[in-house]
Design a binder for this molecule. Sequence first.
Ligand code: UD1
Length: 418
Amino acid sequence: MSEKIIIEGGYELEGEVRISGAKNATVALIPATVLASSVVTIYDVPDISDVEALSDILRSLNVEVNRQKDHLIIDPSKIKNIDLVQDNVTKLRASYYFMGALLGRFKKVKIKMPGGCFLGPRPIDLHLKGFKALGAEVKLDDDGIYEISANELLGTNIYLDFPSVGATINIMMAAIFANGRTVIENSAKEPEIVDLAIMLNKMGAKVRGAGTDEIIIDGVSSLGGCFHEIIPDRIEAGTYIVIAAACAKKMKITNIIPHHLEGLISKLEDANVAMELGDDSITIVGNKEIKAIKIKTQPYPGFATDLQSLLGAFLTQAKGVSMIEETIYPERFKYCEELNKMGANIKVKSPVCFIEGVSQLKGTEVSATDLRCGAALIIAGLLAKGTTTISNAYHIYRGYENIVEKLRNLNARIWEEK
Ligand code: UD1
């Protein structure tokens, strides 16, 4: 996999792009298959490196994983509860979903602390609080290896101090076979959680309330296989919508669920972006004067933290001073330094940044410090005069399927360095 993405900017984009299955759903659905005793087939699985990494972890548990085109066929019938302490586990954050899934299935899991994008501190206290409430004992050794085990998992009420996506998913999976009823209060409401609940219920689980702030799980004794199609990726959709608003005369983005994008769409309307909404598509008509706006990231259905860096790049083109307040990961502003290297005028006073436009961005060498920073740099590179070289592009491949190819089909001058 190439490590650099190079963009020659300043060209107008046009055309149509199809959005892939949701990364943040996929990374929960794959670990959830360890709860099944027969084959699970998942459709529209994005071809991204996080999927490869999670598939490898499944294989190390003696689970058979085969990819055929866009679907993943997972056979967990011969699964073994092997300790997940090898380096591939720490490569990505989402490997922590094996905590809840294996605890649920075997009542015991040994796993190394997960890695992932550095967005500031990313504690897992709420996940652990949930496991303990279900009756598990949690031990952490000096090498960062967790051992979580229970003689019996018992349904209970768990209140989350913050509606954490990760904690909600992990506790849901740990509670699937618990005795009795588990209620997660102040649960996260993200569409990816609903998608997971739908798949678990197809497998025979009893999960209600996903998408609200109270999820109720009635324990069952086993789960079977199922077929499941992943929802479209609202963050990838948001990325192409912002790319279109920044760089296209006209661009159609298909395979989206508009309802999942309301937070973004309303902000782009405030910024004077013209959009036509279809049932499962959106067309952006660019070239209007962009206005400065204020954004505050919030848990779903609020404005997604995963989209703020993209707006940061876009708003360098707005007239006036825009403001972004980051309430989920207050240190998620590393991309601003990189954008400033390209001629942006952004001042960061965490948890807020101020973006003064309009800036003519100039191509230079920048680094993708995390996945969504990388996406912001792509937008900036498409807008910039001259050549932008983005290093550490592997972060981008973790979350965006065929991004270089998709953008080339939209007339972008972009390539990977071999
Ligand atoms: C998930 C997504 C990530 C997205 C984020 C917010 C995946 C793999 N990752 O991350 O792309 O940016 O949601 O939508 O799907 N917190 C605690 N204690 C915990 C857990 C979380 O204090 O035990 C805090 C975090 O520090 C953060 C906030 O809660 O401030 C949100 O975390 P959470 O919703 O869990 O996000 P992630 O699961 O890390």
